[in-house]
Design a protein around this ligand. Sequence first.
Ligand SMILES: Nc1ncnc2c1ncn2[C@@H]1O[C@H](COP(=O)(O)OP(=O)(O)OP(=O)(O)O)[C@@H](O)[C@H]1O
Length: 720
Amino acid sequence: MPSRRSLVSVPPASAAPDDNDPLARERAHLAASRAALRAMRADAEALDIRDVAANWVNAEVLASGIEARIASLADLADAPLFFGRLDYGHPVGAPEAEEDDTTGRLFYIGRRHVHDADGNPMVVDWRAPVSQPFYRASKKDPQDVLLRRRFGYTGGQLTAYEDEHLSDPHEAERASALLQAEIERPRVGPMRDIVATIQPEQDAIVRAGLEGTVCVQGAPGTGKTAVGLHRVAYLLYAHRERLTRTGVLVVGPNDSFLRYIQQVLPALGEVEVGQTTVEGLVARPDVPVRGTDSPRAALVKGDARMARVLRRAVRAGVRPLPDEPLVVVRGSRRWRVPAWEIEELVRELLDRDMRYGAAREALPQRIAHAVLVRMEQAGEAPDDRVQDAVARSAPVKAVVKQVWPAVDPAKLVLRLLSDPAFLAEHAEGLLDEDEQRAILWEKPPRGVRSAKWSPADAVLVDEAADLVQRTPSLGHVVLDEAQDLSAMQYRAVGRRCSTGSATVLGDLAQGTTPWATESWAAALEHLGKPQAGVEELTEGFRVPREVIAYASRLLPSIAPGLAPATSVRESPGDFTVRQADGASDQEPDRTVVAACRRALEREGSIGLIAADSRIGALTAALGEAGLPFLTPGDETSAEVRLTLVPATLAKGLEYDHVVLDEPAAIVADEPDERTGLRRLYVALTRAVSGLAVVHARPLPAALATGLEAAPSTALTGQSA
Ligand SMILES: Nc1ncnc2c1ncn2[C@@H]1O[C@H](COP(=O)(O)OP(=O)(O)OP(=O)(O)O)[C@@H](O)[C@H]1O
């Protein structure tokens, strides 16, 4: 039986519309949908809010809402209005429709909802429940879908479609050519949305409920970042009101990465989502980060035991009372509360495990209540106002100041890191002497402002601040490249979703910090979400087969438990390893420049990835050769497609062709070999179409092993 699945391509729209020509009909629907979208926009622009807005404040709020709506109704030239169609066997949500009627049975799936003048849907949002089978239905489980149609566009024109008859038992299951074309497409510029081609296992994560936290372990290029961003868009659609109130935040590894991903959500119509780094998350004006830590110090500062040290130190702010009663004067009478009774109130608050600041705010009322009890016993009838007045009276304030003084989080951490006795007192039994020494400042700063705070210090201050005053929680946080966070950083992120949920994305094999997490269970525990399930993605959409096989040689050394990724890309990849003549100083750089020139002969973006310590030499070599280049996160243009990428900034990024300079230097730049090999693994897995490794020094042993099994192109073994 011949397959009925077909990919039809026809010449552009000039062909006359013909009723028997499905593509012409689809183009007519596209034109009608465009017109409907224009009408929706015109309606929004014509809205007169003068009658409905009671005052100018209301009017301002309404106007800005309408402006956002008008902007969201723009017909984006490079984002087709729909990319798929579903024909259901039965009407969905419109049971009264006739069997032969398409009402309620036929849906066009696109980035946004479009309806005609009568309110009938022309295009439904990809996030709507009715769209879900577009991503999930299969021959095994057609979900009442008779036909799934994917559309192909060239230069904004609808030029192809591809059909799957899911309920036809005779039709063979085959890979989608349009999906394959999308995956093989050369990369340029920043990350794009994948809304037309989300895969079933990805969709399950995208549409997971808001209540639970999801953790995704995935090899390089399996779509973790893409899935996280689409999940944000989905959650905002499904829980718009709640999340608009509580907020959603995307946390990524660095600013270059954030620039690379920043256009995905706006392209999906979501412009209000914050994107930041962990450093940005904990940033405070009183703790400017200007310093760095030794790996050893950072390791201790990032350890979860620090949370307990800080907790002790903050609570140690509570001091014993001198043995004198509190005396409050009201009119002609004096009321006394003995010291032991105040001490009891203090102990009660300490036992209740409240935030230090909240307990401090509660204490005056507790003391005032004790005074009121005495007044009542003496036959007075004081009301709440009297209690408030007593709570605010000078003697009560003085007692509170003495027994429960305000704690400034930055000053507290400063003291811990500069006063050995203070640290020893609170770290006893938690940090050994060596560890305490490692985190103490050699030269204690004079004050908070002049201290050279490191990123790890800022996280400590953030923890201390939360012990004093609860950090407000957002509705949802997406945490990307999560494997690199320390326990204390997880806690900082966890505080920001304590009453919400999180999507945690990462790859244990790509952990390149000395404190990188060893297991997701531990990470989720620190995040405060120990119940979260861990999903795994293994289908790679970025890295070609031969390149991922080469990079995977490192897995036994860097993450023995993890399975290598597969590659869904058909092209095996253009992969070479060249040995430059290391005898002359300039030769290796010249070989790298030549490799860049060769890569530039093809289309797409080029990333030259090198050890940070090699960036200076390569900058000079590229300059000498007259090759202009960008820095990571800059947008590529037709004129400049080459980016010089320090290995420490490569994470999360991708380039069509990668030229990888001197693997041994990338490894040597890191404090230990395992971290070095992990950094190399990250660098090796950035390529979409081709990878050229250039080395003068011997390759790291873990990479060199099994070289004989590599393709012959990998064994060129000569200077270019
Ligand atoms: N379903 C899909 N259809 C088309 N392209 C996809 C799909 N899923 C992922 N991709 C593409 O594959 C590439 C890699 O995706 P992404 O960067 O999200 O992977 P990752 O798992 O976060 O990788 P890394 O671990 O290296 O950070 C991107 O170009 C992305 O657009």
